[in-house]
Design a protein around this ligand. Structure first.
Ligand code: NAD
Ligand code: DAU
Length: 355
């Protein structure tokens, strides 16, 4: 049994689906179901006894203590977070509460549980913290990509809150010996991503004949990784990562935003041409830049590759094609997210899951 936090979000739900497609080891999924949590992502697991969903805040110590005592997981994988940089700029409070205080409370609950385990289970136990490359700050054009040894220089409230959570995890290992692992990953894309992030927003807006808002000059660079490759990296780190270590995860796929938006438009032009025959690129508008916008992220993924033999399976071209096709094939999911009706799913299908 493993316990996952944030398993109804974008990466967490992909992880739970992939995990249960490859293993029969059950998953307890603790998620508060904020606006970003969507149980429709896990609809295919309905009635599957291997998936136990619990709606709760990870900062609720009593609930977490009870879940750990009841299910006795061999590992906790911590995905839950407030994750959107723009939201953190408009309202940082929730980010501090969930990403810092929530992680602290979770670490304390896990430490208490882990301390009471018999010796063999104690040494086999793992706490895997899912983090981001944004903790390293921004890179100049020609700087080498972020290695695990780069100093932390977070620039947005989101990045600062994730950096704080990474430091907590590090300290709980160093001080208490908690067997932790941390992954710092670059930008993910793929199925079930909430359309507030660049790629799904562009797909959904393009199809709805809305503007495609590119911040500033659109030449900011991100390093894109297909979400299932991130999930396979996390599985590999859980399986073989060295306790107390951090692993950077990325796809060697640096691209300027404008190139990403163009590629999405070109794919849609081929798969679902506009009625007037023009390219979706006609919908692109350059809008005011994000305050404090980091110019470039890039990940040096050699450590996870050399130590653990992990490599991404998708190229950007195969991953983006799958992603665009997935959004075209799931108009109901898109419509429910846009109308807000996905939030009723928990009432309709999971009446009694609240802790
Ligand atoms: P997301 O916003 O899609 O999902 C977050 C999930 O956490 C949601 O289901 C939400 O309901 C849940 N949650 C939020 N606050 C909670 C709380 N207090 N208690 C319990 N559950 C809570 O995020 P994501 O994009 O899937 O990111 C998952 C993790 O991966 C985050 O820690 C993020 O920092 C990290 N990460 C994301 C990316 C990316 O590109 N999306 C890249 C690297 C790292
Ligand atoms: O690098 C990993 C991080 O990637 C994760 O830790 C975050 O959780 C995740 O949200 C993501 O952060 P970004 O800020 O890089 O992702 P976002 O999709 O919001 O933006 C990607 C780039 O596109 C960024 O340079 C801002 C730009 N952008 C974004 C949006 C939503 C636009 O130009 N227009 C937009 O409408």
């Amino acid at each position: 049994m493993i316990l996952v936090t944030g398993g109804a979000g974008f990466i967490g739900s992909n992880f739970v689906l992939d995990w249960l497609a490859q293993s029969d080891e059950p998953v307890v999924n603790l998620d508060k179901l904020t606006y970003a949590g969507n149980l429709e992502n896990l609809a295919s697991l309905q009635g599957d006894a291997r998936h136990v969903f619990v709606q709760a805040d990870l900062a609720d110590r009593a609930v977490v203590d009870r879940l750990l005592a009841q299910h006795k997981p061999r590992a906790v994988l911590h995905f839950a977070a407030e994750s959107h940089v723009d939201r953190s700029i408009h309202g940082p409070e929730d980010f501090m509460q969930t990403n810092i205080v929530g992680t602290f409370r979770l670490l304390e609950a896990v430490r208490a549980y882990w301390s009471g385990l018999p010796n063999a289970e104690r040494s086999a136990f793992r706490f895997l913290h899912v983090s981001t490359d944004e903790v390293y700050g921004t890179l100049s054009k020609d700087a080498p990509p972020f290695a695990e040894t780069n100093p932390y220089e977070p620039n947005s409230p989101y990045a600062a809150s994730k950096a704080a959570s990474d430091h907590l995890v590090r300290a709980w290992h160093h001080t208490y010996g908690l067997p932790t692992l941390t992954t710092n990953c670059s930008n993910n894309y793929g199925p079930y991503q909430f359309p507030e992030k660049l790629i799904p927003l562009m797909i959904v807006n393009a199809l709805a004949d809305k503007p495609l808002p590119v911040y500033g000059d659109g030449l900011q660079v991100r390093d894109w990784l297909y979400v299932q490759d991130h999930c396979s990296a996390i599985r590999r780190v859980l399986e073989a990562g060295r306790v107390g270590e951090t692993y950077n995860v990325g796809g060697w796929n640096e691209k300027p935003n404008i190139e990403i938006v163009h590629r999405v438009c070109e794919l849609l032009d081929g798969l679902r041409p506009r009625a007037d025959g023009r390219s979706y690129k006609a919908q692109i508008v350059h809008v005011q830049d994000r305050p404090g916008h980091d110019r470039r992220y890039a990940i040096d993924a050699r450590k996870i590759e050399w130590e653990l033999g992990w490599k991404p399976a998708e190229t950007f071209e195969t991953g983006i094609r799958k992603t665009v096709q997935w959004y075209l094939d799931h108009p109901d999911w898109v419509q429910h997210v846009q109308s807000g009706s996905y939030r009723e799913w928990v009432q309709r299908h999971y009446g009694a899951v609240a802790a």
